[in-house]
Design a protein around this ligand. Structure first.
Ligand code: ADP
Ligand code: MG
Length: 322
């Protein structure tokens, strides 16, 4: 099978590649064309997943298909953008029909769940890696950025933390657990659900937002820096799942929530007056701290003592840069 047959069979033929709202021209030409309503801006984000770095190889290609798109779409959720389309640059060492079919099926499922169409990509030979670029739309000036947090705001997250990091020993086959524990943790790792609806609900309310991919402490550092404020996180307020607590215990669960990556839950700052109406509407919002004047991220124990750890999250190249 050549490059063009591969593209046609597995990607151009996928249900998620058949166009949709906002897609004026999809796969097959030199470019795709997206139609943006007047007054809206295009939100764009790229994520690369490299075998052996971002996922173990071999792994289930169906799950990889879901996950590779979910982590990319999560960035649209974090901006309060409506998903429009995505492209896929696939580098693969061999043409394995079964692998490609299952990867495309997982990708397609997540694409349909997120309402996003495949509009193009690139296909090359080499060590397995996947680069997905997502496109979304947002009314001009209404995107949720990292830079608007204000002293007095509440620091919030959109769901339980640490589940994906807790799942890692299961993913790597280092540990096993009962299905009641393993299944929910593995589901968080392999098919995180981008919080698109929450992102839209936060437009015009949250003063800053991002999705947690590198760990809460590290990612809150980005908001603190971009907004020139200090973020205080209360360790006792971190929302933790029953499965994570049962699997690793309270201490390790809090470490996973603070420093583990791959949660893809939104973290955002909210003026206190905005909280009650959002909770009344049923949004899964947990207040985990507050914004003050100053800089950086501080972790507080139950007595308000500073217990900030030195190492905050994963960074590529850190070992070579330090
Ligand atoms: P070009 O040489 O102009 O870059 P390609 O031959 O690489 O075009 O691709 C042909 C068409 O197929 C283009 O529309 C491209 O966007 C699309 N395409 C290539 N690879 C993929 C892929 N992995 N998934 C989806 N579309 C793809
Ligand atoms: Mg090309």
């Amino acid at each position: 099978m050549g490059e063009f047959e591969l593209i046609r069979n597995y990607f151009a033929a996928a249900p998620c590649a058949q166009g949709g709202e906002g897609i004026a021209l999809g796969i097959g030409d030199d470019c795709a064309l997206l139609a943006l309503p007047v007054g809206e801006q295009l939100a764009i984000s790229t994520d690369t997943l490299v075998a052996g770095v971002h996922f173990s190889d071999p792994c289930d290609p169906f799950l990889l298909g879901q996950r590779s798109l979910a982590v990319a779409v999560s960035d649209l959720a974090a901006m309060g953008a409506n998903p429009l389309a995505f492209t896929l640059a696939l580098t693969t060492p061999t043409v394995d029909a079964d692998w490609l079919q299952r990867y495309a099926q997982g990708l397609n499922l997540m694409a349909q769940r997120c309402g996003v169409g495949l509009v193009g990509g690139d296909t090359t030979r080499g060590p397995l890696s996947l680069t997905l670029t997502v496109f979304g739309r947002v009314p001009a000036g209404q995107a949720l950025t990292r830079s608007g947090a204000q002293p007095g705001d509440l620091l919030c997250v959109g769901g339980e933390l640490g589940n994906a990091a807790g799942a890692l020993p299961l993913v790597l086959g280092q540990r096993s657990a009962d299905a009641t524990i393993a299944e929910p943790l593995l589901a968080h790792y392999w098919s995180p659900q981008p919080q698109l609806a929450l992102g839209l609900a936060l437009r015009g309310k949250a003063t800053s937002a991002m999705d947690i991919s590198d760990g809460l402490l590290a990612d809150c550092g980005h908001i603190a820096k971009a907004s020139s404020v200090s973020l205080l996180i209360e360790r006792q307020q971190l929302p933790l799942s029953g499965a994570l607590l049962a699997f690793v215990g309270d201490d390790e669960a809090r470490v996973a929530a603070l420093s583990g990556g791959d949660d893809y839950v939104l973290a955002f700052t909210l003026p206190p007056s905005e909280l009650a109406p959002l909770l009344a509407d049923g949004w899964p919002i947990h207040v985990i701290g507050r914004v003050e004047a100053g800089q950086g991220v501080t972790l507080l124990d139950g007595n308000g003592q500073d217990i900030t750890p030195a190492i905050r999250g994963y960074q590529h190249f850190r070992e070579t840069l330090e």
